[in-house]
Structures are given as C-alpha cells and as structure tokens.
Design a protein around this ligand. Structure first.
Ligand code: CO
Length: 218
C-alpha cells in the first residue's frame, strides 16, 4: 500500500532502472510507436489493472476503463477509444473485462442514492431488468451479484457489436473479435465467458447496419 505522492516518483525511478537493465532498448522501442493487438474495456477499480493481471507489457494493450466496464453508445470517450483502436491501430481483439465484487454492479442492484453516478449505473439496472427472472431466482445475494457481473459483461459485448464502428470493420473484412471475460479478485484468475462475437449473425435485426456505399464514404 502506497500513501505518499513522492513515493510514486521513487518507485518510477526504480522501475526505469530495472526495466532498462533487463532490456536496454525497451523505451527506445516504445518511443517508435505502438501496435497493440488488444483493446481492453475494464473497470476503473484499482484492483483490476489490465497489464498486471495479464502479465503483459506497456505497448501490448490499448486501455479504456470506467466504472463497471460499460459500453454506453453516447459516451464520446469510449467511442473515440473504440474508433481509434479499431480504425487506426487495427486491434484484432476487443476485451470487455468485468470483475466479481464490482462496486458499481453492487450499487446498481440496490436502492441507495450515491450521487451523479446513479445515472451511469442506471444502465446496469437496465441489464438487471432484461434478466430479472433469472436474477430474482438466485436467492444468495452474492451469487446473484456475480451473475449480474457476468450478464453485464455479456451485454456490453453486444453493445460493442451494435456500433457502426465494429460492424463496418466486420463488413470490410477486418479481423476483429469481441470477447467477454471476468476477473476474480479473490484468486487473480481471468475467466473467458465464451460469449465471443465476430459477426452480426446473432444480432437482433433492428441493430444491423448496411455498409455505406462507396460513393457515400466521403
Ligand atoms: Co468494478
């Protein structure tokens, strides 16, 4: 546990020294650019850092994090990250990563007002409503919240597939898979939810876009 602001810079110096010792070209190589294969959409929770839990390095994963790993289709920040990573960086995998014990999901299951965030968490209440029969049948509240974490990830995977950004990438033959996974804070294990999509096949028809005609692509 770190409490002091200055300690961040001390730790940074040690990290630079250790990293350079192991690979003298590490920072020179990274300074030349990035070509990550993965976009990670995860929770802001301090216990779920993308690189550390996947054992990856700077340069490996393009990251967007917000409370409860949400894909809200009016969120300019998420859309900009998505567009840039798919159309400029050419990522091949988008990963939505939820985690058990997510404070956002737990709050969304309850009735307490927390503040501005109530409006953000409304989207999780909508996921609950979609699956309320299944969720209400789970009497153990811990198990119910775990299931909502999984269902919420699954819903965000579909919400990514509904975007014109992802659908156009597929229509243009770009290799792009959207995955849903859950991190277990208690043991550090990542579990694939097996909800990967790479086409519009299973999508409700109303969400499916036609590919814009070439003449319209100005
Ligand atoms: Co969380």
């Amino acid at each position: 546990m770190i409490n002091s602001y200055n300690e961040l810079f001390e730790k940074n110096k040690k990290w630079v020294a250790a990293t350079t010792q192991e690979n003298p070209d590490f920072f020179t190589n990274l300074a030349n650019g990035q070509s990550p294969k993965f976009l990670w959409i995860g929770c802001s929770d301090s216990r779920v850092p993308a690189n550390e839990i996947t054992g990856t390095q700077p340069g490996d994963i393009f990251v967007h994090r917000n409370i409860a790993n949400m894909v809200i289709h009016t969120d300019m920040s998420m859309l900009s990250v998505l567009d840039y990573s798919v159309n400029v960086l050419g990522v091949q995998h988008i990963i939505v990563c939820g985690h058990y014990g997510c404070g956002g999901v737990l709050t969304a299951m309850g009735h307490k007002q927390v503040g501005l965030i109530d409006n953000w968490l409304r989207h999780i209440k909508d996921v609950y409503r979609l699956h309320q029969n299944e969720l209400n049948a789970i009497t153990d509240l811990k198990k119910r919240s775990d299931r909502l974490v999984e269902l919420n990830v699954h819903e965000q995977v579909h919400d990514l597939a509904k975007t014109s950004i992802v659908q156009n990438a597929w229509a243009n033959g770009q290799q792009l898979q959207v995955h849903g996974i859950v991190y277990d804070i208690k043991n550090g294990i990542l579990n694939d939810l097996n909800v990967t999509v790479d086409n519009t096949g299973g999508m409700d028809d109303v969400y499916r876009f036609e590919l814009p005609k070439v003449s319209e692509q100005v």
